[in-house]
Ligand binder design. Structure first.
Ligand SMILES: Cc1cc2nc3c(=O)[nH]c(=O)nc-3n(C[C@H](O)[C@H](O)[C@H](O)COP(=O)(O)O)c2cc1C
Length: 178
């Protein structure tokens, strides 16, 4: 069975951005596990600014596509999770650094947990960050201090993307000084 016997490195190595989805629904228990992985991500001072909006409504999905400059594959997936940062949760404690850096890093960690867990359960995902934040906020009706930072379409993959290139360690690892 898919997922069984994969260790964390297999999952990290095997995940690809999927941009074509089958319409099959996501198993609810699987979705809960995927969201729980996002919830369990580390966050600065454990302030937990992450909020997850689960979008299944077709009209809302289409608004997300428009916010994402027409990336129509987003609406192909049965579920789109919009990962948001509830900024005051972190800025209340860390001020500007909390608002401008930690919130972004915290939600990025949640996104990555979601991508990896979804892949381990056999689903395809894509981290979608190219969108008009105001338009996305309007689509999902976030309050003023809650920023939508990533859209994640999740569904059964309808493509098997080939591996993408990475820079070699020899180019990006530095000893003692840059
Ligand atoms: C912050 C961020 C924003 C991204 N935004 C988009 C996007 O808007 N649309 C898209 O198709 N892929 C987007 N991606 C996916 C990247 O293109 C992809 O991760 C990269 O090309 C490596 O491919 P892989 O995920 O298959 O390893 C984004 C990834 C990240 C981390």
């Amino acid at each position: 069975m898919f997922g069984v016997g994969m260790d964390v490195f297999d999952i990290i190595r095997g995940r690809r951005s999927v941009r074509a989805f089958k319409p099959d629904p996501i198993n609810e228990k699987d979705l809960e596990k995927i969201l729980d992985a996002g919830r369990l991500a580390p966050s600065a001072g454990n302030c937990q600014p992450g909020e997850f909006v689960v979008v299944r409504d077709e009209a809302v999905k289409q608004k997300l596509v428009r916010a994402a400059r027409g990336q129509s594959f987003v609406a192909e997936a049965p579920v789109v999770v919009v990962v948001c940062a509830n900024v005051p949760r972190t800025s209340g404690r860390y001020g500007r650094r909390g608002a401008e850096l930690y919130c972004i890093q915290d939600t990025a960690a949640a996104v990555q947990n979601i991508l990896l867990t979804a892949y381990a359960l056999g689903y395809g995902t894509c981290w979608v960050g190219a969108f008009d934040e105001g338009a996305a906020a309007k689509a999902i009706k976030t309050p003023p201090d809650v920023r939508p930072l990533a859209m994640i379409p999740i569904g059964m993959p309808a493509e098997k993307p080939s591996p993408t290139l990475r820079l070699p360690l020899s180019k990006i690892v530095h000893e003692n000084r840059f």
